[in-house]
Design a protein around this ligand. Structure first.
Ligand code: 5GP
Ligand code: MN
Length: 316
């Protein structure tokens, strides 16, 4: 069984590197730091590499130990967390490829099974929830620090326990954390409720531009670099914008385009029936059935037309 192999490889390895996807979100950072803190607990020599991440997550235990570069040797073991595709490890795929053994623990439906051992469960609402099982199998005690990191992953990827995919285990786990003194309400507020000022301003700009198409079944909005400069945006200050369109009554697909160095980053969300991971596969991306992303290297008008045309094909 993959889980047994993973336990065996982790127990065997002396030095381990933890990696996650680019533009890391709460599940990526929470899962990575949970694994980092857990492996430290069992005495491993472990590095966690995340080049950039939002300041929101600075409160997570041991976030100061996150590295921007790895060590100059081949690690015994590399663990990729919350990452469906080796391309999304970005420039850091080299630490993964050079490691003697490679493990991936993930919940993306489009996962390409790029590791030696792939522990992938697309029905899990967060990678952090899969880690609960892995850490238990390793005999690691989920203390307050590890619990806070895992909780952050679960809260952010479930939109605060509201998305499909939340299970009884989700609540059982959170109940256990409450018993161990984790302040669930405070974590919730920090990672989901409080917006940085630039994030609020970007949301305001994108909301003003939001268009309803196809009888209100599709929403479209966008941000360009000028907007981000104007408000002094930091990492991921555009998070949550795509969800605004999705949450309007009658909408099936919400589209958000964000200008990047090479074209536009696409974010899609759906409500009832459209598989947006499938749509994003056409744009070199992927994700989950109801939340996915990709990229497109065209002018703004061309990109907008192309993505709307593609989404229209999937409407009932
Ligand atoms: P977001 O719209 O928040 O950037 O991403 C939604 C989901 O799709 C996340 O789970 C994210 O990991 C995934 N995703 C976003 N962009 C890409 C991409 O370019 N490739 C793949 N494989 N997944 C992506
Ligand atoms: Mn995730």
């Amino acid at each position: 069984m993959t889980l047994d192999n993973i336990v065996e490889e982790i127990n065997k390895a002396k030095n381990i590197v933890i990696l996650t996807h680019e533009n890391p979100d709460g599940d990526a950072i929470g899962s990575s730091l949970a694994m980092y803190n857990a492996l430290k607990q069992i005495g491993k020599d472990v590095d966690v590499i995340i080049p950039e991440y939002p300041k929101t997550f600075d409160f997570l235990p041991n976030s100061k130990e996150i590295l921007k570069e790895g060590k100059n040797y081949n690690y015994d073991l590399a663990i990729a967390l919350d990452c469906g595709d080796i391309k999304r490890l970005n420039g850091f795929a080299k630490y993964f490829e050079d490691a003697n053994v490679k493990i991936s623990i993930d919940h993306h439906s489009s996962n390409t099974m790029f590791a030696d051992y792939n522990f992938v469960n697309p029905t899990s609402p967060a990678c952090a929830q899969i880690l609960v099982i892995v850490l238990e199998a390793l005999g690691i005690e989920i203390d307050k620090s590890i619990g806070t990191c895992l909780l952050t992953g679960i809260i952010t990827d479930t939109g605060g326990f509201k998305y499909q995919g939340v299970t009884a285990e989700t609540f059982e786990f959170v109940a256990g954390l409450l018993n161990r003194g984790v302040n669930v309400s405070s974590v919730y507020k920090k990672v989901l409720q409080v917006l940085s000022k630039p994030r609020f301003e970007l949301t305001r700009i994108a909301m003003n531009r939001l268009e309803f198409l196809e009888d209100g079944k599709i929403t479209f909005t966008y941000l360009n670099k000028e907007d981000e400069e104007k408000v002094g945006a930091g990492n991921n200050d555009y998070d949550g914008i795509v969800e605004m369109g999705r949450d309007v009554e009658g909408v099936e697909i919400s589209i958000f385009l964000r200008e990047t160095d090479d074209g536009y980053k696409i974010s899609l969300r759906s409500n009832e029936y459209v598989n947006v991971a499938d749509i994003c596969l056409m744009f070199g991306g992927g994700g989950h059935v109801r939340a996915a992303g990709g990229s497109i290297n065209l002018t703004f008008e061309q990109a907008k037309t192309k993505i709307i045309e593609e989404c229209k094909k999937h409407l009932k």
